[in-house]
Design a protein around this ligand. Structure first.
Ligand code: FES
Length: 162
């Protein structure tokens, strides 16, 4: 796929601008992956390959970084991604019940996306809200402690968001 098919002129300009902030080209990898995910919703193979070539690093390196961090998505996602923490504090506080509730409420399995493309559901390691266990994160927002009742309200607020 050509670069013109992947990115608009304005997007390419943004990519160059972000990369120019870093002395070491490789240091721009994560910010650029964030940018691409922000404009595409996820990191496609062609986009990751372009970013790697653009920075002069191996494509494997870009893929490794994109798949290591749970905040990067390498598959298409719903408009909002619900991350449920499954680490110790949250598990002890009932994270399994939260996952079960969300699976039933959204009619999807973990890793799935709702039929309307609104929500994707994933399980993740600690999101740094252990004091609010069981905790979840939707897009970049932390919520907790959550209950099935509070989750219904939380989901409704995201249903109204673009
Ligand atoms: S263990 Fe769940 S947020 Fe830390």
């Amino acid at each position: 796929m050509s670069v013109q098919e992947l990115f608009s002129d304005a997007e390419l300009k943004s990519i160059q601008e972000i990369a120019s902030r870093y002395e070491e080209p490789g240091s721009a990898l994560m910010p650029l992956l964030h940018y691409v995910q922000q404009i595409r919703g996820y990191l496609g193979e062609d986009e990751m390959a372009f970013i790697a070539d653009f920075l002069g690093i191996t494509r494997v390196r870009a893929y490794e970084v994109a798949t290591y961090y749970t905040l990067y998505y390498t598959k298409p996602r719903g408009r909002h991604t619900i991350q449920v923490c499954r680490n110790l504090s949250c598990t002890l506080a009932g994270a399994e019940g939260i996952v079960d509730f969300l699976k039933k409420e959204l009619e999807i399995e973990v890793g799935g996306t709702t039929a309307d493309g609104m929500f994707s559901l994933v399980e993740v390691e600690c999101i740094g809200s252990c004091d609010k266990a069981p905790a979840i994160m939707i897009d970049g927002d932390h919520h907790g402690p959550v209950t099935p009742e509070s989750l219904r309200e939380i989901l409704n607020t995201y249903r109204g968001k673009p």
